[in-house]
Design a protein around this ligand. Structure first.
Ligand SMILES: [Zn+2]
Ligand SMILES: [Zn+2]
Length: 142
């Protein structure tokens, strides 16, 4: 079986693979994700960090501080092409949040929740679904 959690950045300098099951898949509407991704929201897949293998020496890190938690988000991105790759939160350092747009195939994802809906763009709102959780602000998972 090919791995569902393989991916790469836009230029291909950064590749990653993960043989774990996703812990959680979410849509994040926070303003930092909007700015970093240059779009209305991030789709993120939480995986055990130790089972995520990232290769490529162009990986760079920019840290932001969460409004709610005060936790640091280490935003890892490709320094060559700028693609966001993962974020790691300082209050849950064993989880890597993959930016799902970099997956080789993201079509199988089923986001379980939407976070920071209070800062969601009104024109990007999706119809509410009964099988999805909605959180106006962040999550305790980080
Ligand atoms: Zn790149
Ligand atoms: Zn976010």
């Amino acid at each position: 079986m090919s791995n569902n959690l393989d991916g790469h950045c836009l230029c291909g300098s950064i590749t990653y693979t993960c043989d774990a099951e996703p812990i959680m898949t979410a849509i994040c509407h926070c303003t930092e994700c909007q700015r970093q991704a240059g779009t209305a929201f991030s789709i993120i897949v939480g995986v055990p960090r130790e089972q995520l293998d990232i290769k490529g020496d162009s990986l760079k890190v920019f840290e932001t501080i969460g409004d709610d938690t005060g936790a640091t988000a280490a935003r890892n991105f490709c320094g060559t092409c700028g693609s966001p790759i993962i974020s790691v939160l300082s209050n849950a350092e064993d989880i890597a949040w993959i930016k799902a747009g970099t997956l080789d195939d993201a079509s199988w994802l089923e986001p379980e929740l939407e976070a920071w809906t209070s800062s969601a763009q009104p024109w990007a709102a999706m119809p509410e679904r009964e099988d999805r959780g909605y959180f106006p602000r962040g999550l305790d998972v980080g």
